[in-house]
Write a protein that binds this ligand. Sequence first.
Ligand code: AKB
Length: 318
Amino acid sequence: MNPKILIIGACGQIGSELTYKLRALYGEEKVIASDISYSNIDIVNSGIFEIVDAQDYAAIKICVEKHRINTIYLMAAILSATGEKYPMKAWDLNMNSLFHVLNLAKAKFIKKVFWPSSIAVYGTTTPKENTPQYTVMEPSTVYGITKQVGERWCEYYHNKYGVDVRSLRYPGIISWKTLPGGGTTDYAIEIYHKAITEKKYECFLNENTELPMMFMDDAIKATVDIMSAKDEDVKIRSSYNLAGISFTPKEQAESIKHQISDFTITYKPDFRQDIADSWPKSIDDSCAREDWNWKHDFSLEQITKEMLTQLGEKYKKA
Ligand code: AKB
């Protein structure tokens, strides 16, 4: 199948980079970017862009029919930290948008769906080290609950209605092009911005909070790989564990100091500490590695080098 793609939530951190990558792979006219507002002017100006509210079934359907879309990447979501401030908003956006897209696939308006899940599906009762694909899942955040419930629905729509839905449990994603919004892992990006602009950073998690993380290039590669994998190789239709590396804020600060020797970090944990404490420290992603040959590339040192170089140039130009 030649993909004709709609990205919902294309202005966000992952949606924007996915838009650039998919356009490079399939051609500009094959990838329609959409979001609820014109919040990322680079994306708006980079090709075909439509205003689409992810909670409006009719609006998504009109866009699908207008552009003869067969594949949707649903990247719109309220993340963990913002979800705790606006629980019902998070529930409504994260669940309604998923049902709309799954129902479009069930009704055969589209053929394929990508929907991101997260390490937030896990909770305090989950084994923390090398967390297995199948284990106890008792998420304690609204975001985590929506992702866990969403996974169940993805699997249900696949088993009951034959919907080709594919999903990954993203760890914290580190990138320099578009800022993240409202996640617990956002500190791991802010730290690089502050290292360049102020040479110091006050971290909202404590120094030994170890979390699973990944560079954006790896996350995009995983997304493209699972979507282009053969149908029979995608054996898990809830969501795949996905891992890159794991580190603490202290370890990340050390890696920054290798390049900016006078960088300093202080710690002032806030409400996000409880969220981070409920998540795994590291992830066993052997199912993804076995089923569709997933492999990450970027180490912490490589991420730090790339982030400081790219952001350094960005701030120089600004
Ligand atoms: C968040 O921190 O909420 C997200 C995630 C891990 O899904 N980055």
